[in-house]
Design a protein around this ligand. Structure first.
Ligand SMILES: Cc1cc2nc3c(=O)[nH]c(=O)nc-3n(C[C@H](O)[C@H](O)[C@H](O)COP(=O)(O)OP(=O)(O)OC[C@H]3O[C@@H](n4cnc5c(N)ncnc54)[C@H](O)[C@@H]3O)c2cc1C
Length: 462
């Protein structure tokens, strides 16, 4: 049934504070309308139950995008065009920029907002899987003040959210720490633009060596709410990508989604497509990695010898190692780079080994030595996650054993900490305290070699 315009009231107070005051005075009576691309469809089809509408369109407080060191804050009233055109969004959050390009046509992208997409809460909405994998947080505002909630918990059931009747979304915050991950997204529909997804997937991954260090997969149109495929993520973490893993991931993804039959698709089709997309993501992760490494190496091969030595110094910490590796260019793949690095490292005299060892923080301590670069300190923090997350008893046992080690050998204890728990590190440290000087130096040098290889791998995937 068509709606009669005379039954509706639309006000536009023009600033955020006036809007939240209005919502507080009559909670639930006023429906916010931003771009109107969902609300007006409901109006046109006679399904809009609200009669009082308050406009959020173009409120300056909701239209800003601000980037700080740690996160980007996107005003909920930003349109898809705003997102597409923003340099940081485009560069660091490609999954969101891509979703913005896929949403409707140009007219829709000029009007439709990110906040509207979230609150409309369609399980098929295109930007929502991206927000899930970027670990977005929402800033909700009302006359009572602001609160920050994890987007992961925002949709409580089909079209149900945590938003109170007097609240608005003010901003969507995305941490910048995932910017270096490989990204993958696919929208499967009748076509990409101007069509609602039958299934959409957004995913991020980081691979170290051949091992999946971290992975995040979000999917839309496969459950009453957009969902993270957490079982599939768990299966993948720490594993090497091969045919068996691909098959296992495909089956796990198919098993954990909860799609429905509707006019656009069927349960069987949707589950099968999710499985295929997860497998495609994993294949791309392996291939994309090779391509990216090739680009990093090509750029590095073109630098001056001094610049190139400086650029890789953080991977190892030895000046002689970095100079000799820079002199050995060009390298065209990871294997030849790592082989050359190992040869150079093993040939170095002890004072160069000791220079590299001196650049590490103590195991269990966040503070890196002054001589370490910012990049080296950041890598050390990542590598030592297992130690810094440990309980107080293990931390103090580590500190005690570290002290003993330093008294005995005159330098900081080094172990390749990646993927090791604090108690594993403590066990290794206690065992190595029993080494004689020469054996211990050999072990420390070998651990540094492993650390260097992992860091070279990370550097190649920036
Ligand atoms: C032709 C067409 C094509 C489309 N194609 C796609 C597509 O490909 N992919 C896709 O995902 N979507 C698509 N959509 C849906 C729509 O464009 C998006 O969901 C859009 O993001 C909605 O934003 P809006 O500002 O227009 O929301 P509105 O219609 O103004 O509002 C939607 C809901 O959000 C609430 N709301 C809006 N902003 C806030 C806020 N800041 N705080 C609290 N509540 C708020 C409103 O009260 C309302 O309940 C399409 C729509 C049309 C008409």
């Amino acid at each position: 049934m068509r709606s009669d315009p005379a039954d509706f009231e639309l006000v536009a107070p023009g600033n955020l504070s006036a809007v939240v005051t209005l919502l507080a005075e009559q909670p639930g009576r006023w429906l916010p309308i931003a771009g109107g691309t969902d609300v007006m469809v409901q109006y046109a089809t006679g399904k809009l139950s609200a009669r009082k509408l308050v406009s959020l369109w173009n409120l300056p407080e909701l239209r800003r995008i601000e980037a700080s060191d740690n996160e980007i804050s996107i005003g909920a009233g930003c349109t898809y065009t705003d997102l597409r055109r923003h340099e940081v969004v485009d560069r660091e959050f490609p999954l969101l920029a891509r979703a913005a390009r896929w949403t409707g046509g140009i007219a829709n992208q000029n009007r439709g907002t990110l906040g509207g997409n979230i609150v409309n809460a369609s399980p098929a909405a295109d930007s929502l899987p991206a927000l899930l994998v970027y670990e977005a947080e929402l800033i909700l505002v009302s006359a009572r003040g602001e609160r920050r909630v994890r987007y992961l918990n925002f949709h409580t059931d089909y079209k149900q959210t945590l938003l109170a009747a007097d609240e608005l979304i003010r901003a969507v915050c995305l941490p910048r720490r995932l910017a270096g991950y490989l990204s993958y997204s696919r929208k499967v529909g009748a076509r990409n633009a101007q069509a609602i997804s039958k299934v959409c997937v957004a995913a991020l991954g980081r691979v170290a060596g051949d091992v999946i260090e971290d992975v995040r997969i979000g999917a839309g149109s496969v459950a009453p709410v957009p969902m993270r495929l957490q079982k599939t993520e768990q299966l993948l973490k720490g594993k090497t990508i091969d045919a068996a893993l691909l098959q296992g991931a495909r089956e796990t993804a198919m098993g954990e989604v909860r799609p429905i039959d509707d006019i656009r698709s069927t349960v069987r089709y949707r589950a099968a497509v999710v499985g295929n997309l997860v497998a495609e993501f994993l294949r791309e992760m392996t291939e994309g990695r090779q391509e990216r490494m090739g680009q990093v190496l090509a750029k590095w091969n073109g630098l001056s010898r001094e610049e190139s030595a400086l650029e890789i110094l953080s991977c190892c910490g030895s000046t002689a190692w970095s100079r000799q590796l820079a002199a050995g260019r060009p390298f065209h793949d990871e294997l030849s780079l790592i082989t050359a690095s190992d040869e150079i490292w093993n040939r170095l005299p002890p004072q160069d080994w000791l220079e590299a060892l001196s650049k590490h923080p103590r195991i269990g301590e966040r503070k890196a030595p002054q001589a370490a670069s910012a990049q080296s300190a950041a890598w050390s923090a990542q590598e030592q996650q297992g130690a810094t997350a440990a309980g107080e008893a293990i931390q103090s046992a580590l500190a005690e054993a570290n002290r003993e080690y330093e008294q005995r050998f005159g330098r900081v204890f080094i172990v390749c900490a990646t993927a090791k728990s604090a108690s594993e590190m403590l066990e290794i440290l206690r065992r190595r305290l029993r080494n004689d000087d020469a054996t211990e130096l050999r072990e420390a040098v070998e651990e540094q070699r492993k650390i260097t290889n992992l860091r070279l791998n990370k550097w190649l995937q920036r």
